[in-house]
Design a protein around this ligand. Structure first.
Ligand code: 5GP
Length: 207
């Protein structure tokens, strides 16, 4: 059986990455989202276990010490990390996995798993990103400023990615991410069994 493919999806807060991700997961049922463990407070509207498991700093540091994370990072004062076991299990079962992680986490994954395909969701402009972040109304001005600052730093590192998808329209960005996933599935490496299968049929029909 072919192993699953690992996809990294990054993009600054306010790039619309979460909405694109939701639509991708709705439309492509063959890809699994890795649930991150994080120490920030749950926001209104968030559901535990859906995208994140909300844990304490102590629990997170235990995961670090026991080598249970594929990667982790501190973002605006909180830990965010990818639990290793579920991702490895899914990939070994042939399931494709998406990691929605920041640029530092993406760098760690590329070093460990160089076959991972990385996609950066780019806002159409910085002023648009600013509007989206301020319009959320879920965070204090201080946190918004910290998030704007890290957004700028993330955009500066977009050239570390395999693909850049501009999120001008959610539908277009979603379709582009799905095309990237689909193209990777069609790569030779994942089609070798099919080639052998067809050749086997030719041999048996020639007998
Ligand atoms: P938010 O607090 O807005 O949900 O997420 C803040 C940032 O953390 C986003 O850039 C998001 O992609 C990133 N993030 C979410 N989960 C993980 C994770 O498991 N690892 C890393 N390195 N970053 C994560």
């Amino acid at each position: 059986m072919n192993k699953g493919k690992l996809f990294i999806l990054s993009g600054p807060s306010g790039s619309g990455k979460d909405t694109v991700l939701k639509q991708v997961l709705n439309k492509d049922k063959n890809v699994m989202l890795s649930i991150s463990s994080i120490t920030r407070q749950m926001r209104e509207g968030e559901v535990a276990g859906e995208k994140y498991n909300f844990i304490t700093r102590e629990q997170f540091e235990n995961m670090i010490n026991n080598d249970l994370l594929l990667e982790y990072n501190v973002f605006v004062g909180n830990y965010y990390g990818t639990p290793k076991a579920p991702v490895e299990q899914a990939l070994n079962n042939g399931t494709d996995v998406i990691l929605e992680i920041d640029v530092n986490g993406a760098k760690q994954i590329r070093e460990k798993m160089p076959d991972a395909i990385s996609i950066f969701i780019m806002p159409p402009s910085f002023s648009e990103l600013k509007n989206r972040l301020c319009g959320r109304g879920t965070e204090s001005e201080e946190v918004i400023n910290q998030r704007l600052n890290s957004a700028l730093n993330e955009i500066k590192r977009a050239n570390e990615y395999d693909y850049i998808v501009v999120n001008d329209l959610i539908e277009n960005a979603t379709a582009n991410v799905i095309s990237i996933i689909q193209s990777e599935r069609l790569r030779l490496q994942r089609q070798k069994e099919i080639i052998n299968e067809v050749l086997k049929n030719v041999e048996s029909s020639n007998r």
